[in-house]
Design a protein around this ligand. Structure first.
Ligand SMILES: Nc1ncnc2c1ncn2[C@@H]1O[C@H](COP(=O)(O)OP(=O)(O)OP(=O)(O)O)[C@@H](O)[C@H]1O
Ligand SMILES: Nc1ncnc2c1ncn2[C@@H]1O[C@H](COP(=O)(O)OP(=O)(O)OP(=O)(O)O)[C@@H](O)[C@H]1O
Ligand SMILES: [Mg+2]
Ligand SMILES: [Mg+2]
Lengths: 256, 256
């Protein structure tokens, strides 16, 4: 049974792409088959795996077109057991082209159910908006993973995001749940970061993972080498926290 | 003659709101009348000035409705000479409601030209997407101010953004220019940050301001007190860089 997880937060720059890329990488150490769909026209998750613009001709936009098989857009990554459907700016045409279609919210759900049922996990990286791309992803998935920075503006946006998820659950996807909230770019030396962490834990209680991803420059260097940080520098605090997060993720899934 | 400036970048978390709030504050020291329009449904710029949710009943969504005068949505801020039109989640209905209207790209331009011509500068903070809100802002303005983090993903998105701006210029707004590119969250001790700064300067040359905003925890603390960092802690490196940026901005405008 394929489990589909959307990585979303309308606040920008909170670590959605970094978490999708590195959690999927850390999870590939267990014998599961994982697909990462890059659904952001910026194509950052694709860059995070070193996929050049020339290799993105078949992408997450082309899986909606009738003339190709969606499976043709799947590529291997350097990580065994982890596959990716890359993205480029073609995707920004998606929202405009489908806005008048029937069933426009269900397009991605139908593709995933019909074409990708051989994967154990499908992760979807989404852009920082609650537009039609992210809505398609929230309708297609079983649950939402919400990265959030230990910053004031990011904390403020969480309540709004959960309301939107609830609305999608009521109108389009009864089974939609919250996979969890991941605190990112934490800095133990900063009062603000410590304060935000304690506020988020108080408000959202067991939804929040125990694992916190620290701010670590190696994490932000890795994309410039086209590698997940686990492959760029396995021993650094950033990588180790994603390994820890994967363990906690599996624990919550009762798989360990 | 009112000059309208959009603060935009589809990459999330690069410092759009922080730059809009603090540059507008630093500019208010010259005898000009400045309006900041918060056009992001997250309403972060409004939070940055301490505007509670209860005080946002009249907002940047209501200026498009026929039953109120847009000027009624203008509020004073703590900063003399600086006014704001706040935002809340009402704004997320905007894109859906106007998508089938005739002149949907020109709505904001018409409101600003008809209602806000007594301001010397109008700054518009936009969400991290190139959807209808940001497009309205790019059509309504004279130029675009582009904040960008000293990070790899942010650098990668710049070329795409400039292409989009060019397309808007050709199809909707002949006078649209680039006000400048502002490097934010720079860290002199990080090779990545230094490398990104030199790449961006090499590619975009004189478009890039000489002033660089350093990463400074005081900047991210200020919104939790509902104040621009210049009012929260004037002497910190973050505030001083925005004062410097304002000088350079005026210099380029030949106003000093
Ligand atoms: N733990 C970390 N330590 C240091 N830098 C980080 C960390 N996590 C992410 N970053 C950096 O912060 C920036 C924002 O992260 P990322 O792009 O993953 O966020 P996002 O939510 O996907 O952004 P967007 O909203 O644009 O999609 C990136 O430049 C990334 O490299
Ligand atoms: N110079 C700085 N030093 C430290 N933190 C900063 C700095 N500038 C911005 N920040 C913090 O980084 C985060 C992102 O900044 P901000 O919200 O202004 O970006 P944005 O581009 O407006 O984001 P969005 O894409 O969500 O609109 C915020 O939490 C902000 O407080
Ligand atoms: Mg991203
Ligand atoms: Mg913002």
């Amino acid at each position: 049974m394929t489990k589909v997880i959307t990585v979303a937060n309308q606040k920008g720059g909170v670590g959605k792409t970094t978490t999708a890329v590195n959690l999927a990488t850390a999870l590939s150490t267990i014998p599961k088959k994982i697909l990462l769909i890059d659904l952001d026209p910026q194509g950052n998750a694709s860059t995070g795996f070193g996929i050049s613009p020339a290799k993105r001709k078949l992408n997450s936009y082309s899986i909606f077109l009738n003339n190709i098989s969606p499976r043709d857009a799947i590529q291997e990554t350097e990580v065994p057991g982890l596959y990716i459907i890359p993205a480029n700016n073609d995707l920004s045409a998606f929202a405009v082209e489908i806005s008048n279609m029937e069933n426009r919210e269900y397009l991605l759900r139908d593709v995933i159910q019909n074409e990708f049922s051989d994967f154990d996990y499908v992760f979807i990286d989404t852009p920082p908006t609650l537009g039609l791309l992210t809505i398609n992803s929230l309708v297609a998935c079983n649950s939402v993973l919400i990265p959030t920075q230990c910053e004031f503006y990011a904390m403020e946006g969480l309540a709004q995001l959960l309301k939107t998820i609830q609305r999608i659950q009521q109108n389009f996807n009864k089974q939609l749940g919250i996979q969890g909230i991941v605190l990112t770019m934490a800095d133990k030396r900063s009062n603000l970061s410590v304060h935000v962490e304690s506020e988020v834990r108080e408000h959202f209680k067991e939804l929040v993972y125990g694992t916190v991803v620290p701010r670590n420059v190696k994490v932000s260097e890795a994309p410039s080498f086209g590698k997940p940080v686990l492959l760029y520098n396995f021993k650094c605090p950033g990588s180790q926290s994603y390994v820890q997060l994967a363990k906690e993720f599996l624990d919550r899934e009762r798989l360990i």
